[in-house]
Design a protein around this ligand. Sequence first.
Ligand SMILES: *Cc1c(COP(=O)(O)O)cnc(C)c1O
Length: 423
Amino acid sequence: MDLHINTKCVQAGYEPKNGEPRVLPIVQSTTFKYDSAETLGRLFDLEEDGFFYTRLTNPTLSAVAAKIAALEGGVGAMLTASGQSASLLSVINICHAGDHVVCASAVYGGTFNLFNKSLREMGISFTFVTPDASESDIKAAFQENTRAVFVESVSNPSLDVADVELYAKLAHAHGVPLIVDNTFPTPVNFRPFEWGADIVVHSTSKYMDGHAVALGGVIVDSGNFDWTNGKFPAFTEPDESYHGVVYTEKFGRAAYITKATTHLMRDYGPQQSPQNAFLLNLGLETLFLRMERHCSNALTVAKFLETSDKIEWVNYPGLESSKYYERCKKYMPNGSCGVISFGVNGGRENAMRFMNNLKLIKQVIHVADARSCALHPASTTHRQLNDEQLEQCGVTPNLIRMSVGIEYVDDILADIRQALEAL
Ligand SMILES: *Cc1c(COP(=O)(O)O)cnc(C)c1O
């Protein structure tokens, strides 16, 4: 049965048998019992499917991963402890010391540091391409040792919309996969595999959980990339730590995600807790409803701000004034996300005054949960930078980032209006 994505949000991944709990249970057990050493041996040799230790996977984790794989349209998924660990494992499942990655420069700050510092220290190199890079600029970033391309579909916090179809075409022309961080639009608004992406990662801590209660991440495998083109021996040569298994031969289209679990999760171990996966699943059940409301509220707020003489500029891909309006309509016809940014007239001082005037909308570092919140980067996350350095990284001193929640939109507007009027 081909179900609508709304229905998959509610029901995919868990199918109780007779007499089993209707609600996905939290299997709070690190370990699983078997009758014979032979059966356990076959599990260890990957000859048989089954749970044996929660660091690899467990029934709760596996059901939630299956739901997210269904939402993205992939062959399989693996939960991780955080979005950071999803990004890390998605790359090191493919790349080793001496390899190179082409990466969009408009990525989450944590991702940039992970790549530019930690993975560089491990011998993987990166070339960053700016959001306005032309096709030939992107082509020029590829090297002989390039093994992956990494972009964010809608970037946090700059809200650049990546031309995913173009990145996929260029990645494939160079025989490497495209990894897309799809955290902001979620599969409800955008499914990168339909545009040629090969691997998707998420910070599930954002809209997927949606309530700011559980840190988590996920990697999803489209099953479409051909790992046998000679560039990826880790997939096509025997893995001695599993008695010589060859991932592409044994697991076919699920080679990438199986290796991520059996090799990387085994060795590095950043597993999500069953309790967090349970909470994530509750969030996923209402993801479709929430994304609709986040997007319609954000568009209403963005349009209101555009009409205010207290506001210098507004950045939201759903606005006709956005340079991404057409691209956003092509990839995300139902909207992108609930995050907007804008500049308050009167510089840093007025931006801070505006923040302090807000009542309903709270000041927090997080984005993408049910409650509206706002942040003034120049005095918080970017406070060590002077005005000139701020301009260089696209964060003006008067920039406010607002994550528009799912409250009744007139109440959100009223709070913003009173905060502006009091300036
Ligand atoms: C938050 C975020 C991450 C990191 O996720 P954590 O769950 O905080 O580790 C990665 N990518 C994007 C786009 C994010 O917004």
